[in-house]
Design a protein around this ligand. Structure first.
Ligand code: NDP
Length: 386
């Protein structure tokens, strides 16, 4: 029987919800491109309820306990002596969400003698040291596509928010003011701007598709080029690299995984090559940019705005410079954890566990590391140092 250690974010400050803003979720069976949404044999939760916080337990408790497994759920994940560290020693399976990542460092993996499976309830397994997972034979899986559209919607929202100066204008209303000039002195139309994505995978391509009707000029860079038909349909300009693309763009959105190739990509150098007054949207991973260089670029006016929902570390400390830098539209890491997304990644986590316990192969598209090597989606989209 397995011990499953699940690290989730805290419940709402006012307590676990008893009612919700809406009664149901739209039914979605397939993602763009045809991949099916998760297909567990059953779920023990109500889609649309809060599943990603400690009391939501990803809806896993009765499924696991009925099968004789042990489930430990905690939000206490950082610092010496955390519940996560304590419980990890004899855990067989760790589940964690990128929004509240349980950092599975090489040291932790080495100390977790029973660990065989690390599941990311979401997308982005960079909180797991993949080299160490490979070395210790730990399988890593994530729920590919579960929240890609959720994030793409967030990117579109943030792009418009920055370009049109929405957040400061809303603040004027909250403050009881009406100075139109205060609002519009930094407000532009997106129409006609050059918008580029670093990576055109599931999220990047969904962003391109959603922005196309705004009559913008679309650019992208990716390790693999999109089919010619898609480039033509969306009027895309492809660039060899982010360094080559960024200077052409008014808005750049980052949609690549964090791995050795992308870490620190947007530092002083690349930010300095962008058009003065460009906007940068990063919902991918914080360490793809240099946090201090972003702060400097906003203060100097090199960037007109920065938005995203990914920080390092998470949770971000109260004195993180991104909380107070000018012209930002940051949120906590929420874009991929809407109630709609939670229903999908909770079901996907259940599907992965059902496969694991019954010895069925985990869907190839969910695999990042397996059998001591990058596998499935991991082999396509990630890189490691070894
Ligand atoms: P995909 O795997 O579908 O797409 C990632 C794309 O990045 C692939 O097309 C890949 O290229 C490309 N890529 C990898 N390395 C590079 C590089 N060095 N330069 C250019 N392109 C590169 O993933 P998703 O679109 O679903 O997600 C992307 C990332 O977004 C995740 O890894 C995660 O970090 C983040 N994310 C954030 C969320 C949030 O809540 N904020 C939620 C979900 C994801 P190719 O495959 O062609 O080699």
């Amino acid at each position: 029987m397995a011990k499953v250690l699940c690290v989730l974010y805290d419940d709402p400050t006012g307590g676990y919800p008893t009612t919700y803003a809406r009664d149901d979720l739209p039914r979605i069976d397939h993602y763009p491109g045809g991949q099916t949404t998760p297909t567990p044999e059953a779920v023990d939760f109500t889609p649309g309820h809060l599943l990603g916080s400690v009391s939501g337990e990803l809806g896993l408790r009765s499924f696991l306990e009925k099968a004789g497994h042990t489930l430990v759920v905690t939000s206490d994940k950082d610092g010496d002596g955390s519940t996560f560290d304590r419980e990890l020693r004899d855990a067989d399976i760790v589940i964690s969400q990128p929004f509240w990542p349980a950092y599975l460092t090489a040291e932790r993996i080495a100390a977790a003698k029973n660990l065989k499976l690390a599941v990311t309830a979401g997308i982005g397994s960079d909180h797991v040291d993949l080299d160490a997972a490979i070395a210790h034979g730990v399988t890593v899986a994530e729920v590919t596509y579960c929240n890609s559209i959720s994030v793409a919607e967030h990117v579109v929202m943030m792009t418009l928010s920055l370009v049109r100066n929405y957040l400061p204008s809303h603040q004027v209303v909250l403050d009881g003011g009406w100075n139109i000039a205060d609002c519009v002195a930094r407000s532009y139309d997106l129409e006609g701007m050059h918008v580029g994505t670093v990576a055109a995978g599931r999220i990047g391509l969904a962003v391109l598709r959603r922005l196309a009707p705004f009559d913008v000029k679309l650019h992208y860079t990716d390790r693999h080029r999109l089919p010619e038909s898609v480039e033509e349909e969306l009027g895309l300009t492809w660039h060899e690299s982010a360094v080559e693309m960024a200077p052409h763009c008014d808005v750049v959105t980052i949609n690549a995984p964090l791995h050795p190739e992308t870490e620190g990509l947007f530092g002083d150098d690349l930010l300095g090559k962008m058009k003065r007054g460009a906007y940068l949207i990063n919902t991918a991973r914080a360490l793809i940019v240099d946090p201090d260089a972003v702060d400097r670029a906003l203060r100097s006016g090199q960037l007109a705005g920065y938005a995203g929902d990914v920080w390092y570390p998470q949770p971000a400390p109260a004195d993180h410079p991104w909380r107070t830098m000018p012209h930002h539209g940051m949120t906590p890491h929420i874009s991929g954890s809407s109630l709609s997304a939670q229903a999908r990644y909770a079901a996907g986590t259940r599907e992965i566990l059902e496969s694991w316990f019954t010895g069925r192969p985990i869907r190839d598209e969910y695999l990042i590391v397996d059998g001591g090597a990058l596998a499935g989606t991991g082999a396509h989209s990630y890189s490691v140092n070894t």
